[in-house]
Design a protein around this ligand. Structure first.
Ligand SMILES: Cc1cc2nc3c(=O)[nH]c(=O)nc-3n(C[C@H](O)[C@H](O)[C@H](O)COP(=O)(O)OP(=O)(O)OC[C@H]3O[C@@H](n4cnc5c(N)ncnc54)[C@H](O)[C@@H]3O)c2cc1C
Ligand code: SF4
Length: 578
């Protein structure tokens, strides 16, 4: 293997991990040691909580089935300090599934409850040919947002948690699910992670072992490439005959601004990305107006999303967002304002052909765990909610009749708005893997014909198979001024990240890697986790430093050659406005 610039791909340095061997537990603890629940939901984000909310509505009208599910009919296991703490999205949401979930709530009430910030009535899309110019273009169909609602998924999750608890759910926050319990070819529940271990895994004074949580149905709602979802996909061959999953990474800030923004904005580049296919850079930005109905504050959500297919190792979504904010179009919106939140998160980008099989014996996948995002329109929230509703209805129908076959859920998803919308954009993003210029016209043809031309099933190329080179994208990043532009560490600081300094390392990567790979990880990580020692050789292998306590659990490392595993429950950011 050569380590000359550009010759190595992250997949040549796979993470030291055996997902099925380590993350599937095949023997259950004795009955008196385990906790039995009716339905176990892993992940208290939008999708997992929508499952809990709908299930509890159905069980609320059916005390007999509720009774049959035992003392804890529904348990939600969430690793963040509180639901919402690890959730981040743009987010402009198509409203119908949330209206279906909570039919009694009006959109005015969403805003009063603090998770919604206004209906979109004006929008604009710009091309940014240079760092100074912006050309308004007609709004392409996927960017049409008229009538949609700007929300915060972190705030929505807190509302959903409260609803779930009022309905009778047991929400175990600060708890990671670390193993899938599988016996007799069936998912029986999950094991929760130990708490109170030291750097080398040694039990500390406050050590508490994890517990087997057994359930009649298990729902994996872990978001983008979950830890147990990955193990389940391998264990039950859920990815057979599907395209590989691909990923995007978004970095977001919320700003309090002196003047309300009167429209929703998207920019489609090419600046600040490079047009040459050699760089493999595809991305875009959003600026969404937010009116806080409780405080009257005018806010904006601003973010940069990059496809993780890029080849220049110095591509950094965080720094590209900082650079984007120096454009006059943006500067005039933020002028005199103040940054109030920052965060980062990956999202699955493969769409329809990359969705795994959604059910297995004893368990289901919902939301991003099932890859239900339309990255052409950057929309997944409404699919998460709809999939939670459909999963809850399938589980309820089965458990009511004493059944345990949840496979009807797959067809229900296919026949719903999720299947229909994702099918229309099934081939739309793949041509971009050929570069912006070559892929652009094909993407437009796919959008115009709703995926019929050029037809067939378009393949995806794995992000970690792309050879990396150390390029010059980094040369354009602005020096942080602490007012409009910020470095990674001060950004992580405002997330309220609370990982113990002596926590065990939850990031699995090889540490002795060629410079191209080390640079890829160092630039990509929005939280500054990977550090190349100053005295490392310019070429050849470097001895990577992993500052894992900075990690904001965005998940991007899993796309580019490493693996994020859940840290101890309660660690990581505590997002509130994202
Ligand atoms: C930058 C960005 C911008 C976006 N913009 C938009 C937009 O404008 N509009 C739109 O509709 N969609 C948008 N999306 C997509 C949308 O945000 C997602 O589809 C959606 O939020 C995913 O919800 P989820 O519940 O499936 O996953 P998540 O929100 O990721 O929730 C998963 C939860 O599971 C928890 N968890 C995971 N693993 C474990 C475990 N093992 N044990 C315990 N807990 C666990 C996590 O802590 C988390 O709380 C965007 C996404 C990103 C990243
Ligand atoms: S170390 Fe954490 S924050 Fe950094 S890329 Fe990996 S998952 Fe994201």
């Amino acid at each position: 293997m050569s380590t000359r610039n550009g010759a190595v791909a992250p997949s040549e340095f796979p993470p030291p991990v055996d997902p099925v061997g380590e993350f599937v537990k095949r023997e259950l603890d004795s009955e008196d040691e385990r906790i039995e629940v009716g339905v176990a939901i892993v992940g208290g984000g939008t999708a997992g909580l929508a499952t809990a909310n709908r299930l509890l509505q159905l069980l609320g009208d059916d005390p007999e089935t509720m009774e049959r599910l035992g003392e804890v009919p529904v348990a939600v296991i969430e690793k963040a300090k509180t639901c919402g703490g690890h959730n981040l999205s743009g987010a402009v949401m198509r409203p119908a599934p949330l209206q279906e979930l909570f039919p009694e709530l009006t959109r005015e009430q969403w805003r009063e409850l603090g998770f919604a910030f206004g209906e979109v009535d004006k929008e604009a899309v710009y091309m940014t040919p240079t760092s100074k110019r912006a050309l308004r273009i007609p709004t392409p169909p996927p960017f049409k947002n008229h009538g949609n609602e700007v929300i915060s998924v972190a705030a929505l999750a807190r509302y959903q948690q409260q609803q779930a608890e009022e309905g009778g759910a047991y929400v175990l926050t600060e708890t990671s699910a670390t193993q899938l319990l599988v016996t007799d070819g069936r998912v029986q529940g999950v094991r929760t992670g130990d708490k109170g271990r030291g750097k080398d895994g040694e039990p500390l004074g406050n050590f508490e072992p994890g517990t087997d949580v057994t359930a009649q149905a298990t729902v994996l709602a872990e978001g983008c490439w979950g830890h147990l979802t990955g193990a389940a996909i391998r264990e039950f061959d859920l990815g057979d005959n599907r395209e590989p999953q691909v990923w995007e990474l978004g970095v977001k800030e919320v700003w309090k601004v002196p003047k309300p923004l009167d429209r929703l904005i998207h920019t489609v580049g090419p600046w600040p990305l490079k047009l040459s296919p050699k760089y493999g850079q595809i991305g875009g930005t959003w600026i969404y107006p937010m009116k806080n109905a409780k405080t009257g504050d005018d806010l904006v959500s601003i973010g940069f999303v990059i496809d993780l297919e890029y080849a220049d190792a110095t591509t950094s979504a965080h720094d590209l967002l900082q650079l984007f904010k120096t454009h006059p179009l943006v500067r005039k919106i933020l002028e005199g304002g103040e940054r109030t939140a920052w965060g980062a998160k990956a999202l699955p980008g493969g769409g329809y052909w990359s969705m795994p099989k959604l059910s297995m014996p004893g368990a289901l996948l919902v939301g991003d765990s099932g890859g239900m995002v339309d990255t052409v329109a950057l929309k997944g929230v409404h699919h998460c909610i709809k999939s939670g509703i459909l999963a809850a209805e399938t589980i309820y129908e089965q458990l009511k009749r004493g059944g345990s076959n949840f496979s009807a859920y797959e067809q229900a998803v296919e026949d719903s708005s999720i299947g229909k919308e994702l099918y229309e954009v099934r081939n739309t993003r793949q041509p971009f893997q050929r570069g912006f210029i070559q892929g652009g016209p094909l993407v437009n043809a796919m959008i115009a014909t709703k995926g019929r031309f050029p037809g067939g099933r378009w393949e995806w190329h794995r992000n970690d198979d792309r050879a990396m080179f150390v390029g010059d994208t980094k040369d354009s990043y602005p020096k942080p001024d602490g007012k409009y532009t910020f470095d990674k560490l001060s950004s992580v600081y405002i997330t309220g990240n609370a990982t113990r300094d002596d926590a065990p390392n939850h990031i699995r990567v090889q540490k002795d890697v060629p410079r191209e790979i080390a640079e890829t990880w160092a630039w990509m990580c929005p939280a500054g986790v990977y550090e190349i020692p100053e005295d490392a050789p310019a070429h050849g292998n470097v001895d990577l430093i992993v500052n894992y306590t900075n990690c904001v659990q965005c998940g991007a490392i899993t796309a580019k050659g490493g693996r994020l595993t859940p840290p101890e429950g309660g660690d990581g950011p505590l997002y509130t406005q994202t």
